[in-house]
Design a protein around this ligand. Sequence first.
Ligand SMILES: *Cc1c(COP(=O)(O)O)cnc(C)c1O
Length: 478
Amino acid sequence: MPDSISSNATPRELPGVNELIRLQELSDLGDSVPPKQLTNWARAAIESIRLRLLAGEAIRADDLNRLLVDRVRSSARDSCGETIRHVINATGVLLHTNLGRAPLAESVAKRIQSATAYCNVELNLETGRRSKRGASVAAALADLTGAEDAVVVNNCAAATILVLHAVAAGREVIISRGQLVEIGGGFRLPDVFHAAGVTLREVGTTNRTYLRDYENAITDKTGAIIRVHRGNFEQTGFVTQPSLKELLECDRSDEIPVIDDVGSGNLFDREELEVDEPDVRQSVSAGSDLVLFSGDKLFGGPQCGIVVGKKRWIDVLRKSPMMRAMRIDKITLAALQATVEIHLSGNVWEELPFLRMLARDSESLRGDCESLLSRLEKAIPPGRFSLSVVPCQSQIGGGSMPGVRLDSVALSISGEGLDDLAAKLRAGDPAIQPRLSDGQLLLDLRTVLPGEHTALVDQLSRALKETSNAGLDTGTDS
Ligand SMILES: *Cc1c(COP(=O)(O)O)cnc(C)c1O
């Protein structure tokens, strides 16, 4: 009995911060992590164990160091796992929100580089005078979409708040109950309305809203009518919504703008791509007062929220104090400018990586996948995994075209220990994010960029070797 009591630790027995970080078990971290960070993790680890001891938890003195080391290591893993680095997207989801949505074009990356030092964000180099931030990109966006004017903020959610607030603060905004969506990341439209300082005026039902529902709701308190595209789900069956044209023609005064949140930024001609996403140009030409879309979805550019529309209403947005708080930085501005230039040049299918991926046919993907497999087979001995080329389906993602599936081809890896292999793939540099499905680890080649194939082979063979050697059944020494 005295034995077991004496082996329980007291807070006094906890090591000091310096003592902890000098432990042999943490020596590798000392080489790779800034000392200040390591000190903070060590301090937090000691504090958390101290609180557990003070709360009366019995922890054996012999276990203290192990617990502290584990804790510091877990902080290091969390931090390292979230430090931004290059990831090869093998998930087959083209606009993967967790992976930064649209990959940027080469010319866009170059333009970003040119803006990293000083650049003329608010200076006209012809006249030498001060210019308005974003004026030239706004003009280009207006050209591209046929709108009178444009403004750009940090993302489409910000654009929604800006527009609602600037146009209708303190008044009612009419929306169909069928469009009260959650846009993802827990953001729900009713909360967005609240944050923007407008009153939600819901009309219709989940599945059916008629034009007369809107018209009956218009009063002298009405500040705007908004239509929100249901980007991330589909509604079928007994459903109806008035068309945009009907909404625009409804009985309302000029002081009540129609706002069209199309979300995905579809600017394709029908012949180019048959997509069922609302078309930005059509919305503008139909007469929407303000049209909102994301820069990093179908538009294929950097994260931002683009608002195009009538000059009169865009001016209202420009004057809003919120605009100043939501304005984009020079890096995004440079990236957006270069992306808009690609759209204006008409070379979108050649230059935008997102569209190149979208356009690839599964035969050429199969060719890529077979050559990947043969390179891998040369690089590694047969281990405990079996590799094959399989058909699969890619998705657009990013809350765009939810029902669309694209035929694709993946390298399939099966065997014991796929979670372990996936962890090894994520730990590489570049990291690889695969898709786990039905007991297979799939690497969908549609979303792997052309320049990434060599790194993919290198990182895959490393991870396969490490995982095979770690297992009992290595199958490599026979
Ligand atoms: C994606 C989407 C948003 C949110 O856009 P972010 O740029 O991610 O903020 C808002 N509305 C609609 C209709 C969308 O599809």
